[in-house]
Design a protein around this ligand. Structure first.
Ligand code: GUN
Length: 292
């Protein structure tokens, strides 16, 4: 069994990006610039955005953080999005989710210029991804593809079971794993209403678990030699931690890991790759790789 080290892989990719940025700037090119909008004071969002800003520094990007109180109106937030759309110095930007209940997340996502949508959440990017056109691919599925690729894990013709059908992970992951140019696999998507979910999992060469239910995938659901990708990051109370909680994956790691050929740990697997792929998308935005 081999542990897929997302932390080390992410560090390596960030170093590769930093090197490329150095070259771009040395050749008189523009330093990539990522902006982030953070509304309110949600603890998780604060941490994510702080880590995104730090990752920008590690990659040699310029970053701008725009903070607003959670009392900001939808109209005012849309006006801020529009400002970033028009700001020629900003190559890409994100609006950190979740947003307060009085603001429509979908409306905000659709207001972002798809050419600057480095989260890959805009319907134009989602649609282009689905039909295999160049576009921003959202960070978590992109990070999983990168891990499979860097660990030389064969996916072509393999049976891949995806647990979960969210817009951010399950759905795009299924699209990418089935496409010839990415996974080229036979894909089954299972969710809360799926019958014979255990049987589907037992037949899988690759399981990608993204349902947000701690320890859901148990040893009896896993074929010998399978590859297990754990996207779960549920905060569970843990008195032994300074923060009072720990991150728990969707996979019962201790009993599943001895059975598989590859597995991602939680933390340190898929998680670190996510921000790293946002950096890759920002580099692409700076280079105008997908859109002029
Ligand atoms: N909230 C949780 N994950 C994400 C993400 O990838 N992008 C944004 N914008 N918000 C998030």
């Amino acid at each position: 069994m081999q542990i897929i080290d997302g932390k080390a892989t992410a560090a390596q990719i960030k170093a590769e990006i930093a090197e490329e940025v150095k070259q771009i700037v040395a050749n008189g090119g523009k330093r990539p610039h990522l902006a982030a909008i953070l509304v309110g004071h949600d603890g998780g969002s604060e941490t994510y955005v702080r880590n995104k800003v730090l990752a920008c520094e590690a990659c040699g990007f310029k970053s701008t953080l725009l903070r607003f109180e959670d009392t900001i109106s939808e109209e005012d937030l849309l006006a801020e999005v529009d400002k970033l759309n028009r700001d020629e110095d900003v190559d890409g930007f994100i609006v950190q989710l979740p947003l307060p209940a009085h603001i429509s997340e979908q409306k905000v996502i659709e207001a972002i210029d798809y050419r600057k949508d480095v989260d890959g959440f805009h319907p134009i990017n989602v649609g282009r991804m689905a039909i295999g056109l160049p576009c921003y691919i959202s960070a978590t599925p992109k990070g999983i593809l990168e891990l499979l690729w860097r660990y030389h894990i064969e996916t072509s013709g393999k049976k891949c079971v995806i647990l979960g059908r969210s817009n951010i992970v399950g759905k795009p992951m299924a699209q990418l794993m089935m496409q010839k140019q990415y996974g080229d696999a036979t894909v089954t998507v299972c969710h809360s209403r799926s019958r014979d979910l255990k049987k589907e999992c037992r037949e899988a060469d690759i399981i990608i678990a993204a349902i947000g239910r701690p320890d859901f995938v148990t040893a009896d659901m896993v074929k010998d030699g399978a590859t297990i990708i754990d996207v779960g990051t549920t905060r569970v109370p843990d008195a032994t931690k300074k923060s009072g909680f720990r991150l728990n994956g969707d996979v019962k790691y201790d009993e599943v890991s001895p059975k598989c050929s590859f597995i991602t740990p939680v933390p340190g697997g898929v998680g670190p790759m996510t921000i790293c792929m946002l950096m890759k998308n920002t580099l692409s935005a700076g280079k105008k790789e997908f859109y002029r």
